[in-house]
Design a protein around this ligand. Structure first.
Ligand code: ADP
Length: 590
């Protein structure tokens, strides 16, 4: 498993993919074109200044020192100081503009990704694990950051410096340029090899960091199970393996860079020696001036450094391109539950009808097959049946949390797929088993159901379900911070908050997933009363687990093995002697 270049295929892009991704990045960075252009101008200025240095030195030596012309020497020295200062200034500006551009781009990217994630339907989250999505937003955006902030422009800057240095070198002396070219191929060959090896080593490190992290994460989240079965030693052994593999990968990557950087230095020294040696001979023959030789010694750095940087940067360009591609995949995923063009508002009231609905979760067997049921306006229907029969799935289709594969769901005669999302979420509200509480006050937590609701309306929502007094009796009333009381907000109180949310929306249809766990009898009664008041005057579909809930329903629908087995009143179904009758006589509760 750890052998060879085991690298996730999505981390390896070919040249065409890399180009496509970079092209799209540039298009997305268009709003930052001005700061980007300023940064680029600074790069050009910095490059020009650093190339002017050696030329001025040459002038100082040849036109100043050699012919004892103090004026020319002073001018050259002043010029040298000036371009060095200018290079410093434009370098700083470049840094500033570059980071401004990069950070702005990343800010946009994070927002776009988050917005898209918020628009995605449940089906999307069935296919994509939350942990993976979070790592897209953190690790992948970060490796993007590395590229954008300094990598991309540095890449370009190194290229320009390389070409510029060659141009200057050839202009100064073609003979000495040939001397440099003796060493250059060695450097280029070494760089190409380094780039290949280090790419593999880098991707391997990345992959093993991931593996080590997931072992760590499992060890921590599952620690109770691990200890219950005395598996600590086995887990430590597993971590030792992934940790060791990570160590090997790091050592491997260090080995790759060690020989390379040593070699680059050696090549630099070799080139300098050749320039001085052969240059001396050329000076002696009168082919080049002493100043030119000195200028070449200074130029060697500008020639060799870009090659070294380009090969190092290649990795960060590669990994950023891979990260970007994954982020683009998120951006490109169209939400399945989306508003159709020309969508209309649902009527205020009406019957909720499911006709011939068949549905399967991604890649799974059908969870519902040809189900048809109508919930009349104001009717209460209880869904019962064994675990895994498809009750929750049916409830989710009725609220358009998923669309049926075949068949339709309509409210008041309007196909839910043709309804505006706003009116859909106003008419049909889902109350889940466990309402999620956000950081903030109880009031804020209810207001997520309708952001523009006033304080009075929130209080009114609690009053409508008969729970206002309960919460007003808390020390801070409705302003009590949930995160402070945190998990100490009892299960019953959390359910009351969830019910108040629904009351605030005041929908025509309530879709309830009844909690399976029991509350203490006192709270239980309070939640029951609140629920009863909330259901009053609305259509209700409830995935029922309690006999009392089933008995209070107008009709009962029995779901069995993805089919709607039978529908009718309690008495009708008992008389029929079918599945419901069997369920209620065998266990007492369906
Ligand atoms: P019930 O509510 O009757 O217990 P569900 O409607 O939750 O049953 O589940 C019906 C079937 O669909 C089951 O086989 C279940 O494993 C499967 N299922 C439920 N939710 C998902 C999901 N998010 N992704 C894949 N399969 C699911």
């Amino acid at each position: 498993m750890w052998g060879g270049a085991a690298v996730a295929p999505e981390d390896r892009l070919d040249a065409a993919q890399t180009r496509a991704v970079l092209g799209r990045t540039l298009r997305m960075a268009r709003p930052y074109a001005r700061t980007g252009a300023a940064a680029f101008a600074c790069v050009l200025a910095t490059t020009a200044c650093s190339l002017a240095g050696p030329v001025l030195v040459r002038h100082g030596i040849d036109a100043g020192i050699r012919v004892r012309d103090a004026g020319a020497l002073n001018a050259a020295v002043a010029g040298y100081v000036l371009v060095t200062l200018a290079a410093y200034a434009s370098g700083r500006l470049q840094h500033l503009y570059l980071n401004r551009t990069g950070e702005g781009f990343l800010r946009d990217l994070r927002l776009r990704v988050f917005r898209r994630l918020q628009a995605q339907s449940l089906a999307y989250y069935d296919r994509n694990k939350a942990g993976v999505l979070v790592s897209r937003m953190t690790a992948d955006v970060e490796s993007m950051g590395e590229l954008i902030q300094w990598g991309l422009l540095q890449f370009v800057a190194s290229g320009i410096l390389l070409v510029g240095s060659f141009a200057v070198a050839v202009t100064l002396s073609w003979q000495l340029t040939l001397v440099v070219l003796l060493v250059f191929p060695v450097l280029v060959a070494a760089s190409v090899k380094f780039q290949r090896d280090s790419n593999v080593a880098y991707l391997r490190v990345r992959e093993r960091v991931g593996q080590n992290l997931s072992t760590l994460q499992e060890g921590i989240t599952a620690v109770r199970v691990i200890q219950a079965y005395a598996q600590e030693a086995a887990q430590v052994a597993r971590f030792r393996r992934t940790n060791r593999a990570l160590f090997d990968a790091h050592v491997g990557s260090i080995r790759v860079s060690t020989w390379y950087f040593g070699l680059v230095e050696l090549a630099g020294v070799l080139a300098t020696a050749l320039i001085v040696g052969l240059g001396g001979w050329l000076v002696h023959r009168g082919d080049v001036s002493i100043g030119t030789v000195v200028a070449f010694v200074l130029l060697v750095a500008s020639l060799f450094e870009p090659v070294q940087q380009l090969s190092q940067l290649y990795n960060s360009v590669q990994s950023a391109a891979a990260a970007l591609r994954k982020l683009f995949a998120i951006l490109d995923a169209e939400p399945e539950i989306d508003e159709a063009p020309g969508a209309i508002d649902l009527p205020a009231r009406g019957a909720l009808e499911v006709r011939g609905a068949t549905f399967a979760y991604a890649g799974g067997p059908p969870a519902l097959i040809d189900v048809s049921i109508t919930v009349a306006d104001g009717e209460r229907v209880a869904l019962v049946g064994p675990t895994g029969a498809g009750k929750s799935t049916l409830a989710k289709l009725m609220a358009r949390l998923y669309d049926p594969g075949e068949g339709v769901v309509t409210f008041g005669g309007v196909d839910l797929r043709h309804a505006t999302l706003g009116s859909l979420r106003e008419r049909i509200v889902v109350v889940p088993q466990e309402g999620f509480l956000f950081d903030g006050s109880i009031r804020d937590n209810v207001r997520i159901a309708r952001a523009e609701a006033t304080d009075a309306e929130v209080a009114e929502a609690f009053a409508r379900i008969g729970a206002l007094e309960h919460f007003e009796d808390l020390p801070d009333g409705l302003d009590t911070q949930v995160h402070e009381r945190g998990s100490r907000l009892s299960a019953g109180e959390r359910q009351l908050v969830a019910l108040a949310r629904a009351a605030l929306v005041d929908p025509a249809v309530l879709v309830l997933d009844e909690a399976t766990s029991n509350l203490d009898p006192g709270t239980e009664a309070e939640v029951e009363r609140a629920l009863e008041r909330l259901m009053n005057g609305r259509s209700v579909v409830v995935v029922a687990h309690r006999l009392s809930t089933v008995r209070r329903a107008d009709r009962i629908a029995v779901v069995h093995g993805a089919h709607l087995a039978e529908v009718g009143t309690h008495d009708e179904l008992l008389a029929r002697g079918g599945r419901y009758a069997a369920l209620s006589t065998s266990v007492g509760t369906p």
